[in-house]
Design a protein around this ligand. Structure first.
Ligand code: DGY
Length: 309
């Protein structure tokens, strides 16, 4: 049986599935010395990695000759230097499609939470500060009629827009080119970034993390947005300049945020913890049992495909 090394614990059913065809070997990478990791991956035919694993050029250059595939248990591949892998003749795979709906659910939850001030309301209740219903207790604003701006109209962006439309939100998007799927949902293409930023009430980030998109939301883009707009991020933490967003939240320039991902996670900018009206989640976009199993099946299919005799 070929050996498959894996960096992060996987659901038991996925281990059983992969273990039915391959010999599994645990090889933690994140926060571990590279030497230890390299010993663990010796003679492996493939490596299963996860977001946050530093599969950079140094790591890839040191991998044994036997490695044919790096399979990521994720759709995002920003933690893998795919170019370095390609140069060594190592294939790279991810798990597209299967996590679209689960991640869009979390994006919608964060839009709802940020607009309706859910985190503040719950915090007040838990702190024993609730004095009962009162007309002046106002937590947020209506979704209906608000303009949702999807930055990055790919699969998850479109699935989020579809949900938001059912809540009566109007839709717009920004990307490199027009999207037929978004247009069919009635979303307005606002491909000029300044026009997009100045028009929307809510921004939901769905861009991949690349050199070009890093810190897409920064002091400049925030000041081009309407005062009181809301920001949601279920894509990658480094799309946001945290200092700029934290300052804008404390000043009230940005009225709320919903964040599932953070630059440098699991650490996060401390300013978020004291900022008003921010919902913070620990990167759970794809974390349903059904979706994580589907992602595992997708990893298994890649292993079968690439390691076939
Ligand atoms: C991915 O697959 O890239 C997600 O961020 C994991 O939930």
């Amino acid at each position: 049986m070929k050996i498959v090394a894996y960096t992060a614990e996987m659901p038991e059913s996925v281990c059983n599935l992969i273990g039915s065809s391959f010999k599994m070997r645990r090889a933690p990478l994140r926060g571990r010395p590279l030497d230890e990791f390299l010993t663990a991956v010796e003679s492996a035919a493939a490596l299963i990695v996860a977001p946050g694993d530093p599969v950079d050029a140094t790591c890839i250059a040191a991998l044994p000759e036997t490695i044919q595939l790096i399979a990521s248990y994720s759709v995002g591949l920003d933690h893998v230097d795919a170019g370095a892998a390609r140069r060594r003749g190592i294939a790279v795979s991810n798990t597209p499609d299967v996590l679209t709906e689960a991640t869009a659910d979390i994006a919608m939850l964060l839009i709802l939470s940020a607009l309706r001030g859910v985190s503040d309301a719950e915090r007040m209740l838990r702190a024993g500060e609730w004095k009962g219903w009162a007309p002046d207790r106002i937590f947020g604003s209506d979704l209906s009629g608000r303009l949702l701006g999807i930055a990055g109209p790919g699969r998850i962006g479109a699935a989020t827009a579809k949900r938001a439309s059912a809540f009566g939100m109007r839709l717009a998007y920004w990307g490199r080119k027009e999207s037929d799927v978004m247009n069919a949902l009635g979303a307005e293409p606002l491909l000029d970034l300044d026009v997009f930023l100045g028009a929307i009430d809510v921004m939901s980030l769905h861009l991949p993390s690349t050199e070009q998109t890093r810190q897409f939301l920064n002091q400049g883009t925030i000041s081009a947005m309407r005062k009181g707009a809301v920001v949601v991020n279920t894509a990658r933490g480094d799309l946001i300049d945290d200092d700029a967003l934290v300052a804008a939240l404390h000043e009230g320039r940005i009225a709320g945020a919903g964040l599932d991902v953070f630059a440098g996670e699991p650490a996060l900018h401390k300013g978020y913890l004291s900022a008003p009206n921010v919902t913070l989640l620990p990167h759970i976009g794809s974390a349903t049992s059904e979706t994580r199993l589907a992602m595992g099946r997708s990893v298994f299919d890649s292993l079968k495909h690439h390691l076939a005799e």
